[in-house]
Design a protein around this ligand. Structure first.
Ligand SMILES: C[S@@+](CC[C@H](N)C(=O)[O-])C[C@H]1O[C@@H](n2cnc3c(N)ncnc32)[C@H](O)[C@@H]1O
Length: 255
């Protein structure tokens, strides 16, 4: 892969030059891990690597490490209902449905403001389509939410994944709307907080610097102590979802 051997000995250091200032860290230190992961995020965003994976035939717009982490979460949680805003090509809905199939229970609701016909057809004709319901509409539209809320009523374990519009305002509105559907011990996953860290890449947008899910997550948590960030599912460092796994504590806040 490399044009020459990439040698990195125990004493190697990593220096990042940026507009005349530089930062140097020991490669194998915690700072080195964080710098490599942070740079991988920026470079892979520039090369649009998140658009590369597929899951059981359908494109899934996630990094492989995040796919593995969602697998860990769903396998452990064994949810009866997974609600996802942001269906896109359906790869993530099929991922969640495939885990439900392995577990032997569970359904997925995929919400999208616009479901393109070829995506709808691909999801409908997928072997796991019987576990997936598509709802077309904005996730923050009261009618969409009412439909979802009805499906979640009385369900034992509900997991919510927010992966639609990643602006501060939209994510905050989604958090405020959907958090009540998350059952105690389950999770509200707010994806793509990494938008805050990729505004400066060549393909990035300057407005992402201030407009991203992380500020929405922080604002939401100030008034919702029943939710806590769980760092377990971002421990690989290569993640698009920093501080995105919000666990709803069980009664009394102890669990
Ligand atoms: C990042 S993609 C979702 C990726 C998908 N979850 C996956 O992992 O493959 C974002 C999607 O959110 C949808 N979207 C944008 N605004 C929305 C809204 N207000 N309500 C629902 N979906 C929205 C877009 O149409 C797009 O398909």
């Amino acid at each position: 892969m490399y044009k020459q051997d990439l040698l990195a000995s125990p004493s190697s250091q990593l220096t990042l030059n940026n507009n005349g200032s530089s930062t140097t860290v020991d490669l194998y230190s915690q700072e080195g891990l964080e710098m490599v992961a942070g740079l991988w995020l920026k470079v892979s965003c520039e090369h649009r690597l998140m658009y590369e994976p597929t899951w059981l035939g359908l494109p899934i717009i996630q990094f492989p490490t995040d796919i593995v982490m969602m697998q860990e979460l769903i396998w452990k949680l064994r949810p009866d209902l997974i609600i996802e805003s942001g269906l896109a090509h359906g790869g993530s809905a099929v991922l969640y449905a495939s885990l439900c199939e392995m577990i032997g229970k569970g359904r997925v609701i995929g919400i999208d403001v616009e479901v393109r016909e070829h995506n709808r057809t691909a999801i409908r004709s997928h072997p796991l389509s019987n576990r997936i319901e598509i709802i077309e509409g904005s996730s923050i539209d009261p009618q969409t939410f009412a439909r979802v809320k009805e499906r979640a009523s009385g369900v034992q374990t509900v997991l919510v994944v927010l992966d639609s519009n990643h602006s501060h305002d939209h994510v905050l509105r989604e958090l405020n709307l959907y958090h009540g559907l998350v059952t105690p011990g389950s999770y509200l996953v707010a994806m793509d907080g990494s938008q805050a860290h990729v505004w400066d890449v060549p393909r990035g947008k300057r407005e992402w610097k201030e407009d991203h899910p992380l500020t929405a997550i922080r604002q939401f948590l100030k008034t919702h102590p029943e939710f806590q960030v769980d760092p377990h599912y971002t421990r690989m460092h290569l993640t698009s979802n920093p501080d995105g796994f919000l666990r709803r504590l069980t009664h009394g806040g102890a669990g």
